[in-house]
Structure formats: structure tokens, C-alpha cells
Design a protein around this ligand. Structure first.
Ligand code: ISE
Length: 357
């Protein structure tokens, strides 16, 4: 299905067909579920230098309604058709992970800049195929949406660790809690969709690769859906000899929390306590816990998308690369095996190609 609404497109005649020029970037948002719809709103209302030129979803009624509310936005059910639309200069992929590989390969065929929500792809072999296609193209086009790298608290932690004042990081203690999971959320998704963020932040904060993963599973919470072993404790070992533990608890019921404490040789630093405002009243003190990732990482998402758009308009790629997507996919694969077998699983990766260094 294709429904065009060409009337008064703001990018209209001024829109350039390619990134790297000064015109408004026409973005096709593929997948308009929870995250995709949030990105549509963001680009439409907040981001400068870009507009939503197309929305794509298998739900034809949904995209029709979304596109109808945005001037000059076309609706598609087929990503390839959207990418062939001359108004589309760049692609934001927010569909479920298993659909990413096909969309990424098509975007590379069209030589379009891509911001792909995590995971890049759900396994290392498919991520490798994407890496190979981008290398064949000869320049970087893919950015992966690891938004924590744009969060001001994480950025401060990264600067502190890089400055080295506390000595070498020895351990990271991480907590990753969601209030509740949507229907169909599986144990594997606790690794591929949730802990994938800690795999990325660990690699980024420490500048090291993850070498082995183990998973421990306590007796599940009585609030966990039947098929889910929730919470779990994920342990990572890194190439520099650090140990990272992650409590992943996706039906904690009380709020969305993402915390990380780095323990170094002569000091420790912790982010994610959510102490933006502390209230005191009636003999008690307290604050608020954000309900979900959209609110907790709102500024990070805004920064991530604006930086991606700015880079795309200069003809460049920004932020976490397809290599980062591949490395986390390899760690996830080990994590899923460790979860299923109870064993410590080594992460298997290719050597980093010069293209991504
Ligand atoms: C979700 O897809 C995300 O990316 C969130 O950041 C994470 O906290 C959540 O567990 C995932 O399901």
C-alpha cells in the first residue's frame, strides 16, 4: 500500500535528494510501534533540519493515520518502496529486531544514512552480513541507537573514567529495571532487547570487549509472566580483566531504573539514581521514579537523533557503528546461550576490520 500526500510538503522543492547538502533531510521511519511513534513525534516536533517524509509499518491503518497527521508524509507498508521514494533521504529503523537485517541491506543498496534502533540484528551472523555490506559500499552509513551514549549522566561517567583520576575501573555494578513487560516478551529478549544496552555501555565506558558471559537465575518474582525467569543476574568478563554484573528485572512493578556504578582503584562513581528533585514533606523525603525509557532517556534520544540528522546532512555517520552493533550481537548470543545452559559462555567475534577502527 502506498498513500502519498504531496500537498505542501515542507521539504517540497527545497528538499535535496541526498544527505550531505544543506536541505531538509526527509526521513522514513520504519516501524511505528512504541519507539518508532516516539521518533516520529520527535522528528516532527523537535528536530531541526529534518522532517518525516514517510512512515512504514505492516499495519496499513496505523501508518495511514500517522501520515495523515503530518504534512507531506507518505504511508507505506513496504520498507523498500519507502526507500525508493525520492523524498526519502535517510532511514530510521524502529521495527522489531528480526526485521532489521533486510531493511539495513536495502538502505545500504540505496546508499541512505540509517539510524537503526538496537539491536542491530538479533544474532552475530546477520550482523556480520550487514558489516560486510557496509564495507562493500565503502563508507559508513549505519548508526546504531544506543541512546545511553547520549545521556548526560553516562557522558559524565565516561569522561571521569577516561580522565583516569580514580585509577583503573575494576568492576561495574549495573541495575536495569522495567515496570512490566509487554505480552510475548521472552527470556531471550531480556538479553537481546534489554541487557544489550549494558553490553554496549560496558564496551563504550571501558573501551574493552566482552569476552565471556554467565547468567544466574533466582526463583522468579511472583509478578513475572509465566514464561519469564525474572529477575536474572548477568555477569560479564572483559578483555581488560574487569567484571560487570547486571541485575535485569523487567517486571519490577515500581518504575524504570537504569543505574551503573563504576568501582575503580581509588574511587567509585554512580549514575542513574534519579535524584533530579528530592521532596521533603510530612516527615518524609522522596522523589519520583520515571515510568519508562522514553521519559528516563528523553534528552538522550533527542540528542541522538539531532546528532544523527546533523551528521547525515553533512554526508557523515555519527555515534555507535555497525561494528558496535555486531560486537553487542556477539555478546548477546553468548548471553542467550549462558542463560539457556547455565554455563559460562565465551564470546566469539571476528577481529575488528580496519574500516571500523
Ligand atoms: C527496550 O526495548 C529498551 O530499549 C529499553 O531501554 C529497555 O530498558 C527495555 O528493557 C527494552 O525492552
Amino acid at each position: 500500500m502506498t498513500q502519498h500526500n504531496t500537498a505542501g510538503a515542507p521539504g517540497g522543492p527545497g528538499t535535496t535528494g541526498a544527505a550531505g547538502t544543506a536541505g531538509t533531510l526527509g526521513v522514513a521511519v520504519i516501524g511505528t510501534g512504541r519507539m518508532g511513534a516516539d521518533h516520529v513525534r520527535r522528528i516532527n516536533e523537535l528536530i531541526s533540519g529534518a522532517r518525516v517524509a514517510a512512515v512504514v509499518d505492516i499495519d496499513a491503518e496505523r501508518v495511514k493515520a500517522l501520515a495523515g497527521a503530518i504534512e507531506g508524509c507518505a504511508a507505506y507498508t513496504d520498507p523498500a518502496a519507502a526507500m525508493a521514494d525520492p523524498a526519502v533521504d535517510a532511514v530510521l529503523i524502529a521495527s522489531p529486531g528480526p526485521a532489521h537485517e533486510a531493511a539495513l541491506l536495502q538502505a545500504l543498496e540505496h546508499d541512505l544514512p540509517v539510524l537503526c534502533e538496537k539491536p542491530l540484528t538479533p544474532d552475530a551472523a546477520s550482523a556480520l552480513r550487514v558489516l560486510e555490506a557496509e564495507q562493500r559500499l565503502g563508507h559508513r552509513r549505519i548508526s546504531v541507537g544506543f541512546m545511553r551514549r547520549y545521556d548526560s549522566e553516562y557522558l559524565r561517567l565516561k569522561s571521569l573514567l577516561d580522565a583516569g583520576g580514580f585509577g583503573r575501573p575494576l568492576m561495574l555494578h549495573c541495575k536495569h529495571r522495567n515496570m512490566a513487560t509487554p505480552p510475548g516478551f521472552t527470556n531471550q529478549m531480556m538479553i537481546n532487547d534489554s541487557v544489550v544496552h549494558e553490553f554496549d555501555t560496558t564496551r563504550w565506558l571501558l573501551g574493552q570487549e566482552i569476552t565471556a558471559v554467565s547468567v544466574l537465575r533466582p526463583t522468579p518474582s511472583s509478578h513475572a509472566p509465566e514464561a519469564l525467569s525474572d529477575p536474572q543476574l548477568v555477569l560479564m568478563e572483559t578483555s581488560g580483566g574487569a567484571i560487570v554484573d547486571v541485575e535485569i528485572f523487567v517486571n519490577c512493578t515500581f518504575g524504570y531504573q537504569v543505574r551503573c556504578e563504576a568501582v575503580c582503584e581509588t574511587g567509585s562513581a554512580r549514575v542513574g539514581d534519579g535524584h533530579a528533585m528530592v521532596t521533603q514533606s510530612a516527615g518524609r523525603w522522596g522523589g519520583e521514579i520515571t515510568p519508562g525509557f522514553e521519559a528516563r532517556f528523553e534528552e538522550a534520544y533527542d540528542r541522538e537523533v539531532q546528532r544523527w540528522v546533523d551528521a547525515a546532512r553533512r554526508g557523515e555517520a555519527e555515534g555507535p557503528s555497525a561494528w558496535d552493533g555486531y560486537a553487542t550481537a556477539a555478546a548477546c548470543e553468548a548471553g542467550v546461550r549462558a542463560q539457556a545452559t547455565g554455563e559460562r559462555v565465551l564470546v566469539e567475534m571476528i577481529e575488528q576490520p580496519a574500516f571500523y577502527r
